[in-house]
Design a protein around this ligand. Structure first.
Ligand code: FE
Length: 203
């Protein structure tokens, strides 16, 4: 592929990331519509209960691979597992949404295995003007020694990287996992689709 074509492809992929925000009545909610039909309701304004407190950092672990593709859609034909929309808003400590923040996600598959050769269940994206990110993915499987978790990196433009992990409520292994932090629990919604939400505050 020629360089211009490669750049165009990257730009087109970036455009695929964009989604439509439309106010949904007077309930202060917005509905996200994605190409894959992924939808989530998010409060128009984050509640920011702990906005003065940056999201805690966590270890990267041994399975990070740099240079992941830019994408939000991780689902592939034949992929096993329970689909989940992972979404949230990236904020400053003053509760201001951060546009163009890099958000990177990597995770185990439904069998608890990482793709260490390729980029299955790995990718990054940039928040929109509302600070929103979202990934259409699956619930990560369990592997020995850890409770259920996602790995993520967040980086506001020209700022340092926050590496962290997100956890699932009511997981039996949470209390046994020495890395588990209850401040990093996802807020789970089951309707209209399984959604895990986490609003990230960058320090
Ligand atoms: Fe892990």
């Amino acid at each position: 592929m020629r360089r211009e074509e490669a750049e165009l492809t990257v730009r087109l992929k970036r455009r695929e990331l964009l989604w439509t925000l439309a106010a949904a009545g007077s309930g202060g909610l917005v509905r996200l519509s994605g190409r894959a039909g992924a939808q989530a309701k998010l409060p128009r304004t984050p509640s920011c209960p702990d906005a003065d407190e940056p999201t805690p950092a966590q270890t990267e672990g041994p399975y990070f691979t740099p240079n992941s593709p830019e994408r939000w859609q991780f689902l592939e034909p034949g992929m096993k597992g329970t689909p989940i929309l992972l979404t949230g808003i990236v904020l400053t400590q003053r509760c201001v949404p951060i546009a163009d923040a890099m958000v990177e996600l990597w995770q185990a598959n439904e069998a608890g295995e990482y793709d260490n050769e390729g980029f299955r269940l790995r990718g990054h994206q940039f928040t929109d003007n509302s600070g929103l990110y979202r990934f259409s993915t699956i619930v990560p499987g369990l592997y020995p020694g850890r409770t259920r978790h996602f790995h993520l990196k967040f980086q506001a433009p020209n700022q340092s990287v926050l590496t962290t992990q997100f956890y699932f409520p009511a997981e039996p292994d949470n209390e046994r996992d020495r890395l588990f932090n209850p401040k990093l629990l996802l807020k789970i919604d089951r309707a209209p689709e399984l959604t895990g939400r986490f609003d990230v505050v960058l320090g």
